[in-house]
Write a protein of this length. Structure first.
Ligand code: SF4
Ligand code: SF4
Length: 135
């Protein structure tokens, strides 16, 4: 029990820097047929950026947006938020999957010690993600 609490202290919370979402343009995300069906029924405003199973696609060009069209800057300018947070793709809900992905995206949850021992960092991440899924 103590070990779990100690391990949680060693990875920072997400600070909404937006770096991970910044990499989600240009075909970096996927959505299932069920998700797209759901958006078509309940969120046509979201579904309009899906095309032939691809997200996020500009309806004017049928090309991927270079940057996720739902990423917004907070009024203070130092944080970002997702405009469709409650209805975002499963891909986004499961981020981050592993430490390598976080390193690639320069994720600000990582502590220097996470870079030194990626196996332990992965264990801490899995505890954190399991807790997040409960809430
Ligand atoms: S849909 Fe939302 S959570 Fe997913 S990449 Fe875009 S801004 Fe980020
Ligand atoms: S890169 Fe990491 S810290 Fe930044 S918004 Fe994404 S999960 Fe949060």
């Amino acid at each position: 029990m103590v070990a779990v609490c100690y391990s949680l202290l060693l990875m920072k919370d997400c600070n909404s820097c937006g770096k991970c979402c910044d990499t989600a343009g240009d075909g970096g995300l996927s959505a299932s047929a069920d998700e797209i069906d759901w958006w078509e029924t309940y969120r046509p405003d979201i579904a309009r950026f899906a095309s032939d199973g691809r997200i996020w696609v500009d309806p004017a060009t049928d090309e991927y947006f270079a940057r996720c069209p739902w990423l917004r800057q907070s009024p203070c300018g130092s944080k970002t938020f997702c405009e469709i947070y409650d209805d975002r793709p499963e891909d986004c809900r499961h981020y981050p999957v592993d430490i390598e992905q976080m390193i690639r995206h320069d994720c600000e949850m990582l502590e220097p010690r996470d870079l030194q021992n990626s196996r332990r960092a992965q264990q801490r991440l899995e505890v954190l993600m399991a807790l997040n899924r409960e809430h």
